[in-house]
Design a protein around this ligand. Structure first.
Ligand code: ZN
Length: 257
């Protein structure tokens, strides 16, 4: 890319693409509209529903619905802005300790998670974390970063509200370069920390005790089955995560003893 092109590109990005993560005031780059992300997420979610073995464990469903219900109420004012469609699937696999969220608000939870999430509050730690990724639009930011790496000329044409199948395919193929299941890529440490922080705030507002997060993540780090990306792998170490969580609890006026 020539220097002039690069200048034009950075100006365009600056003018149209920079937004602020509301709760933490961090500047973030977004070149894909939330409308497009919602559409992509909807399609991805339908695909996942078809391809996954779903669980009908009514006790687990009851707990998940309770947690998503209160958390989405706490954050509903902010989420209306982007029209997130909170929904979930429970995937039957007791060996996988994991959860994830698509940028449109659809959450996936593996039954294996319940080996570590013993109470509703434990579940709120994970679901709050996932909803925080959605609310802070981390998926879209990560996608923007990948597209940025992909090439400048493509970028200049991409920020439109065009949700035609053709445009969706273009976006998907660009996004799919790095991975097959792009939405499930690990997040950066910045995103993980932000999601931990926001998640604890949400669960506190919803009436759960956020201090359960410490023993929860400790159990998580001792779990011997497959703990997949998203929940552990991107953190520098479990020790750091727990130290960071303790700081947040102090900010919340609920220090962990
Ligand atoms: Zn995360």
């Amino acid at each position: 890319m020539k220097i002039t092109q690069a200048l034009v590109l950075s100006l365009v990005l600056f003018l149209f693409a920079c937004t602020t993560v509301q709760e933490t005031n961090r500047r973030a780059l977004h070149i894909v509209s939330q409308e497009q992300l919602n559409q992509l997420s909807k399609e991805e979610f339908e695909q996942l529903k078809k391809e996954s073995k779903l669980s009908n464990n009514s006790e687990y469903h009851k707990r998940i619905e309770a947690v998503i219900g209160v958390l989405s109420e706490v954050i509903s004012l902010d989420s209306n802005q982007y029209n997130f469609q909170w929904d979930y699937i429970l995937i039957k696999d007791d060996e996988i300790v994991n959860a994830f969220a698509l940028p449109g608000g659809q959450i996936g939870i593996y039954t294996g998670l319940f080996k570590v999430a013993l109470t509703e509050a434990d579940l709120a730690v994970v679901i709050g974390h996932e909803m925080a990724h959605v609310m802070a639009r981390h998926g879209g930011e990560r996608m923007s970063q990948q597209l940025l790496a992909y090439g400048g000329s493509f970028l200049l044409s991409i920020r439109s509200e065009d949700t035609s199948p053709e445009r969706q395919r273009q976006l998907m193929s660009a996004y799919g370069l790095g991975s097959k299941l792009g939405f499930l890529l690990p997040y950066s440490r910045v995103h993980e920390k932000e999601a931990d922080r926001l998640g604890l705030y949400y669960m506190t507002q919803a009436g759960y005790d956020p201090r359960v997060a410490i023993p929860f993540w400790q159990r998580m780090s001792e779990e011997k089955s497959i703990v997949m990306p998203e929940l552990l792998s991107t953190h520098p170490s479990d020790h750091n995560r727990i130290a960071h969580l303790k700081l947040i609890l102090e900010e919340l006026g609920l220090p962990y003893e």
